[in-house]
Design a binder for this molecule. Structure first.
Ligand SMILES: NC(=O)C1=CN([C@@H]2O[C@H](COP(=O)(O)OP(=O)(O)OC[C@H]3O[C@@H](n4cnc5c(N)ncnc54)[C@H](OP(=O)(O)O)[C@@H]3O)[C@@H](O)[C@H]2O)C=CC1
Ligand SMILES: CC(=O)[C@@H](O)[C@H](O)COP(=O)(O)O
Ligand SMILES: [Mn+2]
Length: 379
């Protein structure tokens, strides 16, 4: 039996993680579930998966659901509740599927407690990659990527020597506005931006995909997960999202991972690694698809990607600020307060005003995150 806990069980990755659990009911045991405010779905999950511990985002929500919980179940709330689900109990693996840098503290707590991490919450690595990877190494904890591109690279690297890697290439669908000009982008709506061509995901990452910030976050995520310099990390536009990413080795061989876009596959691999289990995911037929297409990434059309890579190269708190500014700007866009192109402008303006701190500790990271949020909310 593999014991798992899920942080963000009511979201896109969280629900698909529980779909994977439901496909292998005799092999998984759910220890803890943490949700934000979707208590109706959380209660349904509690009935179905019978966790021993749950958490919601506020005390009020906790009081609301307390009478509906089976006796004996432990109930927590707030950021401490998230940490309780991450580090208390006895899960072998914690799936980090909350959205945003709110996941940092609980991820660090889970690692500190020796839990392996099924890592979906990429903002954690962007915000404090050096702290997360250093702690994971020290504790002998595995960071198992769930993000589709990183799972692909992780699979391509299986059994290989890192010194033999020439480069990795992260593929990008291009998001909702792949073929729009900068002029057309001035007028796009929230509803348009939320229509991703290939993946059904939470709102924040869908907007990140449209701005290409998602690919920027993924380059930084790959830097930390695979210990590669930015010069060895490429991005390639691949509208079909069939090749999830690939690795080139020193002998010129390229190893890629392919599949239909279905997040249950990388989620399951993170939970069963190094084994592979049966999956109901639709089989890929290359004959039916006929052809796959690729384009060079246009950094002028997608300036947020360029900026993210520059922040990654700068190191220190630059990526913390990039991430926090983006989180605030995306939230404002989703509330219809700012136009789409203002997202990347806000990130850039915030970065111009902040002083980079090298080798920041957790306190400095948290301070930068808070200051950036305040600034980005005012701009
Ligand atoms: N969706 C996808 O296919 C992919 C997602 N990712 C990454 O995975 C992460 C999750 O994305 P996704 O599932 O799409 O996001 P969703 O918005 O669908 O889900 C977010 C989850 O986090 C919970 N949550 C939000 N704030 C808090 C909080 N303060 N305390 C506790 N729980 C909270 C939400 O709870 P509630 O809904 O109850 O309020 C929900 O369960 C992101 O980092 C994303 O970048 C990576 C690759 C693919
Ligand atoms: C499913 C997944 O991993 C997402 O991060 C996906 O990559 C988004 O697609 P694009 O950012 O390539 O549009
Ligand atoms: Mn991805």
């Amino acid at each position: 039996m593999k014991k798992i806990s899920v942080l963000g069980s009511t979201g896109s990755i969280g629900t698909q993680t529980l779909d994977v659990v439901a496909m292998h009911p005799d092999s998984f045991d759910v220890d803890g579930l943490a949700a934000g405010s979707n208590t109706a779905l959380l209660l349904e999950q509690v009935r179905r998966f019978q966790p021993r511990r749950v958490s919601v985002s506020t005390k009020e929500l906790a009081e609301q659901i307390r009478p509906e919980l089976p006796s004996g179940i432990e109930l927590f709330y707030g950021s401490e509740g998230l940490v309780e689900i991450a580090a208390g109990g006895d899960a072998d693996t914690v799936v980090t599927a909350v959205v945003g840098s709110v996941g940092l503290q609980s991820t660090l707590a889970a690692i500190e407690a020796g839990r392996h991490i099924g890592l979906a919450n990429k903002e954690t690595l962007v915000t404090a990659g050096h702290l997360v990877t250093e702690l994971a190494n020290r504790k002998g904890v595995k960071l198992l990527p769930i993000d589709s591109e990183h799972s692909a690279i992780f699979q391509c690297l299986n059994g290989e020597n890192r010194e033999d890697v020439s480069s990795i290439t992260i593929t990008a669908s291009g998001g909702s506005f792949r073929d729009y000009t900068r002029e057309q982008l001035k007028k796009v709506s929230v509803e348009d931006a939320l229509r991703h061509p290939n993946w059904s995901m939470g709102a924040k990452i869908t907007i990140d995909s449209a701005t290409m910030v998602n690919k920027g976050l993924e380059v930084i995520e790959a830097h930390w997960l695979f210990g590669l310099p930015y010069e060895q990390i490429n991005v390639l536009l691949h509208p079909e999202s069939i090749i999830h990413s690939y690795v080139e080795f020193r002998d010129s061989s390229i190893v890629a991972q392919l599949g239909n876009p279905d997040m249950r596959v990388p989620i399951q691999y993170a939970l069963t690694y190094p084994e592979r289990w049966e999956s109901p995911a639709a089989r890929l037929s290359l004959a039916a698809i006929g052809r796959l297409t690729f384009r060079e990434m246009d950094f002028v059309r997608f300036p947020a990607l360029k900026l993210a890579i520059e922040c990654g190269k700068a190191g220190g708190t630059a990526t913390t600020a990039f991430n926090a500014a983006n989180e605030i700007a995306v939230a404002r866009f989703l509330r219809h307060e700012i136009p789409f192109l203002r997202i990347e402008e806000i990130i850039e303006e915030v970065l111009q005003r902040l002083v980079n701190v090298n080798q920041p500790d957790l306190q400095q990271i948290q301070h930068c995150d808070e200051m950036t949020r305040e600034l980005a909310a005012k701009l």
